[in-house]
Design a protein around this ligand. Structure first.
Ligand code: GDP
Ligand code: MG
Length: 372
């Protein structure tokens, strides 16, 4: 609309230009037919003719973020989805032991025996409810993901060993969770150990604003032994309670969008990516853009390496069929057709390349001047 004058407007509205000028005069705008009009003026005038002057929105095909804008989600289509839980804490405080214990004590009967976890995420069925656990992705990976706006965790379980107390990575984990605005559930671990002092851990954590309910705060604390399976069910109960309070919802009836948990190149299968579906349902065959890569979902497997055909919100799946390896924290979006997906993927790759080139050539110039 920039530079539009009364004459242009007359053409668009199929009215004589003189009439437009007269109308504008009535609205208190004194212009001749060739003077360009303000956007507001055009809108008012158009409205006067019963036309909504909508600016033509140029859709940016390479912009994946717009698909994550849930503000306009139809409330009626939202159904509750499983919580996505990340276990964090200082090294050796028992994260892996806890994840293993949960996984092995809550697999379904048909899966029990001989299961090997194939991907860095899994789901358990507990009291007829599903919980998704992400393997603790190392704090660096976690902050990298967060820096890129990929908040995929709903709840952080903070593991603190009762015989060791709050340590540097404990504090890091608290900061990550706070920055990501995810609620923290404290799992005071190794309470079976002779040197365990759970109260000491609790006292230390109050300094970071994590105060248990019976001390007047609102943080959930559970004293566990990951190794001996003590209070693991209580911890799961608390996760479900916290999840209920968060009222987590998603729309399964749309094209899937979500985030890459991890990705690598497999000798035989090509690029392989573990995706967390966040909205919609992902299907085998879906045309997809993942970060700066694209393709069609060729195969989809769950955490047990079993082939599946579709994945609903909060489900982690491993897919093949991409043209390149995306990065952890990349977003993925299913497109209406393969052609559009390819166009979007190629455009994204090109932009990433241009950015990289601009960045490196800048460095080169700097170096050049520095040596002169
Ligand atoms: P991570 O580095 O946080 O993943 O810690 P791990 O799960 O690898 O555990 C570190 C060590 O602590 C291992 O030797 C575990 O067997 C041990 N451990 C973990 N949880 C417990 C527990 O509840 N009680 C005892 N006694 N040892 C534990
Ligand atoms: Mg570990």
């Amino acid at each position: 609309t920039d530079g539009m004058n009364a004459q242009d407007l007359a053409k668009v509205l199929h009215r004589p230009a003189a009439e437009i000028v007269k109308k504008l005069f009535m609205l208190g705008v004194m212009v001749n037919q060739n003077q360009s009009l303000e956007k507001d003026t055009i809108e008012i005038l158009a409205a006067d003719y019963g036309i909504e002057a909508k600016e033509k929105v140029q859709e940016d095909i390479a912009d994946l973020d717009r698909f994550f804008d849930v503000a306009d989600q139809d409330e009626a289509k939202l159904v509750s989805r499983p919580p996505v839980v990340t276990v964090m804490g200082h090294v050796d405080h028992g994260k892996t032991t806890l994840l293993d214990n949960i996984r092995h004590s809550h697999v379904t009967a048909q899966e029990a025996g001989g299961i090997t976890q194939a991907i860095g995420a899994y789901q358990v069925n507990y009291n007829d409810q599903v919980i998704t656990f992400l393997d603790t992705p190392g704090h660096a990976a976690f902050s990298e993901m967060r820096a890129r706006g990929a908040n995929i965790t709903d709840i952080t379980v903070l593991v603190v060993a009762a015989d060791d107390g709050v340590m540097p990575q404990t504090i890091e984990a608290i900061n990550h969770a706070k920055a990501a605005e995810t609620p923290i559930i404290v799992a005071v671990n190794k309470v079976d150990k002779p040197g365990a002092n759970p109260d000491n851990v609790t006292t230390q954590l109050t300094e970071y604003g994590l105060i248990p309910e019976d001390w007047g705060g609102d943080t959930i604390f559970v004293q566990i032994s990951a190794k001996f399976g003590k209070n693991i069910d209580e911890l799961l109960d608390m996760i479900l309670l916290q999840a209920e309070m968060l009222e987590l919802k998603a729309n399964p009836d749309q094209r899937a969008v979500g985030t890459v948990v991890e990705a690598q190149l497999d000798q035989g299968r090509g690029p392989v990516a573990t995706l967390l579906v966040q909205q919609g349902t992902l299907h085998v065959g879906d045309p997809i853009v993942v970060g700066n890569t694209f393709g069609r979902v060729r195969t989809m497997t769950n955490e047990n390496g079993r082939r599946i055909k579709e994945a609903t919100p909060s489900t982690p799946v491993e897919i093949t069929g991409l043209n390149a390896v995306p990065e952890a924290g990349d977003r993925f979006v299913v497109f209406e057709d393969e052609k559009t997906a390819r166009a979007a993927g190629e455009e994204r790759a090109k932009r990433a390349q241009d950015e990289e080139r601009a960045r490196t050539s800048h460095v080169t110039l700097d170096n050049l001047f520095a040596t002169m």
